[in-house]
Structure formats: structure tokens, C-alpha cells
Ligand binder design. Structure first.
Ligand code: DER
Length: 227
């Protein structure tokens, strides 16, 4: 698959930004997994750093590669976090994340990082967030139907996330995901705030003004977009 090859190059470019002694946030998803693989190869060559994973899945992968994992107790601030995204808005580099279900930990890790680098293929670039992807919102299980109703009042079509096997999707934190389809979003920052004010909401997948840089894998090669 040529797109996997492109994503791998973006992932390797991002992994090359990790230097000895850094504390690094490790993202979640297929592109982030390629980046963790690349870090595993650098680790095998002698690079030493510590990682904070954004999901149990990424933790397992990193651990299997021998990468040292730490937590926020010893490392409340990270030098760099690298993650994928579901949509990147061309002008602002604002993001929708969370189709992978790890948005809460991803946002905590991004917020703790001095630099937040996003790796995507060119198909993820949009003029306006919400053009293709719903906004995933992580909510507390208690009263989720009421939380969903209030998200609906903001103008979204709301769907409780269900796994392929028909079971409820439950996050690493034991919460539920409501996928909220808004269509193109004119004011991501205002919408992020409105969603955040609803009782029962833990976090939304809108990442506004958090991106330092996006590495885009396209058919014509890699492009770096800097905020
Ligand atoms: O933010 C997310 O949850 C996304 O799913 C993201 O990490 C992208 O995943 P992908 O690289 O598998 O498309």
C-alpha cells in the first residue's frame, strides 16, 4: 500500500525529532504506531529517552520495543508529543482527533508538551474541521443520554459509539464516546468551549491552537506545515 509507505516516511521524519534525554508523548493510531516502530529502531541503535503513552495499546507497543515508559509524576512536562489526527484544518492547523478513542489521554499529553507534532496523510487536510469527521466527545457513563441531548442542542447529530461486535465502546478511562456530527465548523474554539461546558462531558476531540507542526505525507512527498 503506497499510502502506508508515505505515512511511514512522515512517521520517521517525526521520530527523527526525538533527541537523547527527551520526554516524549507517544500518540495512538495507525500512523502513530509507525512512529513508535521508528522510535523502537532508534532505541535499538542506542537512542535513550522516556515516553508517556496516550493509550494502553501504544503503551504495550512501546514496552515490547523496550522503550522506557514514565508517568506525569516524574515528568509533568514533556519536550515533544507526536500523534496522528483525523482532520487537520489547513489554515489554522486545528484538529479533530478521537476516532481512535484515545482523545482524552491524547489531549492531556499534547497539553503537557512544549512541542506537539502531528503526522497525517494528505487525505486528512480540510478547509473546515467537521467536513468529514464527527467530533468525538468523551463522556461519563452516568447520565450519558442527558449529556447527548445537550450536545444535540448545540446542533450535532449524536451517536453513541458501538464496537464492530455490537458492544459499547469503552475508553481506557472507562468512559463512553459520543460521535457528534456538526458538519463544517465555523468557530472551532467557541464550539470546543460550548461542548466543554456541558455537565457530563470529559473532553472533546477538538484540538484548537495546540499544534506546533504538521508533517503531511502526500503522493508528491512530505510537506511540513508550521503553526
Ligand atoms: O486521534 C485519533 O484518535 C485518530 O484516530 C488518530 O490518531 C489517527 O489515526 P490514524 O493514524 O490511524 O488515522
Amino acid at each position: 500500500d503506497p499510502m502506508v509507505e508515505l505515512k511511514r516516511r512522515a512517521a520517521e521524519e517525526a521520530a527523527a525529532m526525538v533527541q537523547d534525554g527527551m520526554a516524549v508523548g507517544l500518540g495512538t493510531g495507525s500512523t502513530a504506531a509507525l512512529m513508535i516502530d521508528a522510535l523502537g529502531r532508534r532505541w535499538a541503535e542506542g537512542l535513550r529517552f522516556v515516553g508517556i503513552p496516550t493509550s494502553e495499546r501504544s503503551a504495550e507497543q512501546a514496552r515490547a520495543l523496550g522503550i522506557t515508559l514514565v508517568d506525569f509524576g516524574s515528568h509533568p512536562q514533556l519536550d515533544l508529543a507526536i500523534d496522528g489526527a483525523d482532520e487537520v484544518e489547513r489554515g489554522s492547523l486545528d484538529l479533530i482527533k478521537g476516532l481512535g478513542g484515545a482523545l482524552l489521554r491524547e489531549k492531556i499529553v499534547a497539553a503537557a508538551a512544549r512541542r506537539f507534532v502531528v503526522i497525517v496523510d494528505e487525505g486528512k487536510l480540510v478547509d473546515h474541521l467537521g467536513s468529514r469527521s464527527p467530533v468525538p466527545v468523551e463522556v461519563t457513563p452516568f447520565g450519558w443520554e442527558s449529556t447527548a441531548r445537550q450536545l444535540g442542542e448545540l446542533g450535532a447529530r449524536v451517536a453513541l459509539r458501538i464496537k464492530r461486535d455490537g458492544e459499547l465502546f469503552v475508553t481506557d478511562g472507562g468512559n463512553l464516546i459520543l460521535d457528534c456530527t456538526f458538519g463544517p465548523i465555523a468557530h472551532p474554539r467557541a464550539l470546543e468551549a460550548s461542548i466543554g461546558h456541558i455537565v457530563g462531558v470529559i473532553e472533546s476531540g477538538l484540538f484548537v491552537s495546540r499544534t506546533s507542526e504538521v508533517i503531511v505525507a502526500g503522493r508528491d512527498g512530505l510537506t511540513r506545515l508550521v503553526a
